[in-house]
Design a protein around this ligand. Structure first.
Ligand SMILES: *[C@@H]1O[C@H](CO)[C@@H](O)[C@H](O)[C@H]1NC(C)=O
Ligand SMILES: *[C@@H]1O[C@H](CO)[C@@H](O)[C@H](O)[C@H]1NC(C)=O
Ligand SMILES: *[C@@H]1O[C@H](CO)[C@@H](O)[C@H](O)[C@H]1NC(C)=O
Ligand SMILES: *[C@@H]1O[C@H](CO)[C@@H](O)[C@H](O)[C@H]1NC(C)=O
Ligand SMILES: *[C@@H]1O[C@H](CO)[C@@H](O)[C@H](O)[C@H]1NC(C)=O
Ligand SMILES: *[C@@H]1O[C@H](CO)[C@@H](O)[C@H](O)[C@H]1NC(C)=O
Ligand SMILES: *[C@@H]1O[C@H](CO)[C@@H](O)[C@H](O)[C@H]1NC(C)=O
Ligand SMILES: *[C@@H]1O[C@H](CO)[C@@H](O)[C@H](O)[C@H]1NC(C)=O
Length: 449
């Protein structure tokens, strides 16, 4: 099974509208045919404007979206566990006014952006004139049903449900999307219950639940529970991505279902029960069913995951700044659906206190700056090798045009994940090869080739 993105999007008639609205969204270099089991991911960039400045407005939107995402994850956990939250975690209230203000600033496309993290990450960058849709999310094709109906989804290790639009969707936003028609699939089953996500501003996404065959990069899963959304708010319209494929664990599933990859492992649809992310500027790749040795150097260092909270959560992390250990024995959550890195304010303050010349430059959003000519050498370790964050990945750009201070990719924000947990998004993931192993219930880190 061969997958091509995003050139396949360009050729699709159903996407004509979305493509027209976002002219550069399909301009990434065409990918050749991929070997079985791999999905080539579009090129990725940072929150960087064309003039080298940090795109603060967009980062503020990402912050709010990340906070909402984790609030929702924790609410799902609470629902699934009969009322409790993971130890040390709590629901954080997100002031609606702050979100609205953040989203209303400058960029028109942000004004009515839905409060959904998976979608808020994909915006037209007004300054550079480029589409950041494919640059800030990890997307690829999935097929549902028999015969397969194709969907472009976001692969997100920080959530656990699969949802796509339904052919019964009458919302305007659905008109530019691929839609799942259960009647045209001989393997479709109706499931009881409804799928619904409520957002802070009162809007919602809702739909029906089905089970059907789901195929991703040649990996075929039977009777996968997923949602077909019939009510999609207008803010989703400009996004060429149809839905989300969560790669987390069942305890945060809204559908109370095994996520696609957990089902794949249970059904022995893959021999090696692992998937791997290689995130880079070019030729990013998600490999299902193992690892791609062309992209990393052995050994892969595995560290156990505590999956009970639903996340790819790895303990015993330590962080060094300039070679000196600043903090150790904390937890990390690895989330492909988050752009930068976040930590509780006290931890982040402690880390930046070891960075020469660092200071807070936006206290309400938790952003710190440092002198651009001295990007801090920051590394993570989980008890083995040290993995450095490249200066390119840590530096989000100058704090103002021609400024000598730059914004750091680690922000201080209480996401409710406890005071000893860092959330590591793409700014981190780009620095190492990541293996998400269900077989070992572990995350493997390896040095990039
Ligand atoms: C970008 O935003 C400015 C206002 O900040 C607006 O005047 C301009 O039309 C926008 N351009 C695009 C392409 O949306
Ligand atoms: C769904 O598929 C059935 C059978 O192919 C077809 O008759 C029906 O019109 C389709 N519904 C929609 C809304 O496209
Ligand atoms: C699912 O439900 C719809 C409407 O409720 C019905 O038309 C359809 O036949 C059902 N499909 C199956 C496979 O039971
Ligand atoms: C869709 O959601 C809105 C609220 O966001 C609600 O007013 C509307 O009735 C819903 N539509 C359907 C078809 O469920
Ligand atoms: C990435 O691709 C662009 C064009 O697609 C090319 O100019 C650039 O050299 C590539 N960078 C790397 C590191 O391969
Ligand atoms: C935890 O990390 C420390 C280094 O910070 C290391 O010495 C120790 O062996 C690690 N523990 C485990 C269980 O990996
Ligand atoms: C930034 O520097 C460039 C060239 O050094 C100059 O053309 C430009 O006017 C400067 N911009 C600001 C806002 O100072
Ligand atoms: C975390 O919070 C708990 C109680 O809320 C406190 O006892 C503990 O000292 C805090 N740890 C850190 C590292 O701040």
């Amino acid at each position: 099974m061969l997958l091509k993105i995003p050139s396949s999007v360009a050729g699709s008639i159903t996407f004509a509208l979305a493509v027209a609205a976002l002219p550069d969204c399909v301009s990434a270099s065409p990918q050749g045919e991929q070997p079985y089991g791999t999905i080539s991911l579009p090129d990725r960039t940072l929150l960087l404007n064309a003039d080298g400045t940090f795109n603060h407005d967009k980062a503020v939107v990402f912050n709010a979206a990340t906070a909402l995402k984790y609030r929702r994850n924790l609410m799902n956990f609470q629902e699934n566990s009969g009322g409790s939250l993971p130890a040390g975690m709590k629901l954080i209230d997100i002031p609606l006014r702050a979100q609205m203000q953040a989203r209303g600033q400058r960029d028109e496309s942000l004004t009515d952006e839905n409060d959904d993290s998976e979608w808020a990450g994909r915006l037209f960058d007004n300054v550079s004139g480029k589409c950041v849709v494919e640059h800030s999310s990890i997307i690829g094709m999935v097929r549902i049903g028999k015969p397969g109906q194709k969907f472009l989804v976001d692969f997100d290790t920080g959530s656990s449900d699969l949802w796509v639009p339904s052919s019964l969707c009458t919302s305007t936003a659905c008109s530019s999307k691929r839609k799942y028609n259960s009647s045209s699939s001989s393997t479709s089953q109706n499931e009881t219950g409804t799928f619904s996500i409520q957002y802070g501003d009162g809007s919602s996404v809702s739909g029906s639940i089905y089970s059907d065959t789901v195929t991703v990069a040649g990996v075929k899963v039977q009777n996968q529970r997923f949602a077909a959304v019939t009510n999609l708010s207008s803010s989703f319209a400009s996004d060429p991505v149809d839905g989300v494929l969560g790669l987390g664990f069942p305890s945060i599933s809204i559908l109370k279902a095994d996520p696609v990859f957990v089902s794949a492992a249970q059904q022995n649809a893959i021999t090696t029960k692992a998937f791997s992310f290689y995130l880079a500027k070019n030729n990013s790749e998600l490999y299902l069913g193992g690892t791609n040795p062309k992209l990393y150097n052995d050994p892969i260092e595995y560290h156990p995951v505590d999956k009970s909270n639903g996340f790819w959560q790895v303990k015993n992390a330590s962080i060094t700044v300039g070679g000196q250990t600043v903090l150790s024995d904390f937890d990390t959550i690895i989330d492909s659906g988050t752009t930068i890195m976040y930590g509780p304010p006290d931890m982040v303050k402690e880390i930046y206190s070891k960075v020469e010349g660092a200071e807070v430059f936006d206290s309400s959003e938790g952003f710190y700056s440092f002198p651009c000519n001295e990007v801090p050498e920051i590394s993570f370790s989980w008890g083995g090798e040290k993995f450095a964050i490249s200066s390119e990945n840590f530096n989000l750009g100058t704090t103002a045009p021609n400024a000598s201070t730059c914004a750091g990719a680690l922000a201080a924000k209480d996401l409710g994940l406890g005071n000893t947990t860092l959330l590591l998004g793409d700014s981190w993931m780009k620095n190492a090869y990541h293996v998400f192993s269900l077989e070992k219930t572990a995350v493997g880190f390896a040095k990039l080739k």
